[in-house]
Design a protein around this ligand. Sequence first.
Ligand SMILES: Nc1ncnc2c1ncn2[C@@H]1O[C@H](COP(=O)(O)OP(=O)(O)OP(=O)(O)O)[C@@H](O)[C@H]1O
Ligand SMILES: [Mg+2]
Length: 304
Amino acid sequence: MLKVDGLSVRAGSVELVREVSFAVGPGERVGLIGESGSGKSLTALSLMGLLPEGVTAAGRATLGDRDLVGVPEGRLKRLRGRELSMVFQEPMTALNPLMRVGTQVAEAMTLHGRGRREARARAVELLERVRLPEPRQLARAFPHQLSGGQRQRVMLAIALANEPGLLICDEPTTALDVTVQKQMLGLIAEVAPALLFITHDLAVVASVCERVLVMYGGRIVESGAVREVFTRPRHRYTEGLLAASRLTPRGTRLPTIRGGVPAAGHFPDGCVFRNRCPHADDRCESAPELTGDGHAHACWHPAD
Ligand SMILES: Nc1ncnc2c1ncn2[C@@H]1O[C@H](COP(=O)(O)OP(=O)(O)OP(=O)(O)O)[C@@H](O)[C@H]1O
Ligand SMILES: [Mg+2]
């Protein structure tokens, strides 16, 4: 269904995402993890055709038989919201504060050619589907009258309005409190046709996704079934990421990955992780390829 092949994203001469390839099959839920600045959002935004000014994508990405990269904005507009949709982290900035939420959900459908009356009726159905209480009254509310969790549900309703084949979520629950977060995750997992889920939260990936992609320095450094990757990580970056997220007994030191993520354009040549890796040697000066089917990794000195 979604097939990404050699996707690169750059801002001027700086390469921000490099030769990323992966696929999301029908009904599949795939997590995309990695520290801040690893290129997760840019990867997602390039699939939506929503890259910021001055940032460009190259390579190939297809959804079904449609191209997503390097196609004119007009054609992408017709795909967005209909074939693929995205839910962002902060719903307050994505919703129009001056428009009733029901109208905003309906507009997502009239934009793609549905009649006004039908769209309004279906908007209420959608609000109900994302488990908002009293959907008929709620449709008449303005965004500021809703809680953060309710606003995020409205965003999900908008994303689902035209029954897209793929849903992309970028940190959709980080602004919510823990219980609301849980409900939202359950809902996303239930309603998403196929899902690309971006998060820092490894526990969330473990509960929502079947497969995971680990990104660092704009590349996918490891990928595979969640259970495989989380119990037997191969790339030293994944190993560090998992160790740092594990609960440690009181009084012991929390393991961290040494150093910080370099700024874009300042990653080392060869293996992007080698300046922070405890196992790096001369060999790591040349770039390892992502190899292995099923559970793949790009590391010269893998664990295991
Ligand atoms: N408009 C831009 N121009 C130049 N560089 C950018 C631009 N947007 C993002 N970057 C850089 O690209 C890199 C990847 O950014 P991206 O937002 O994809 O990271 P991320 O993995 O989503 O991080 P986070 O977890 O913090 O959301 C970062 O180093 C960022 O500074
Ligand atoms: Mg991001």
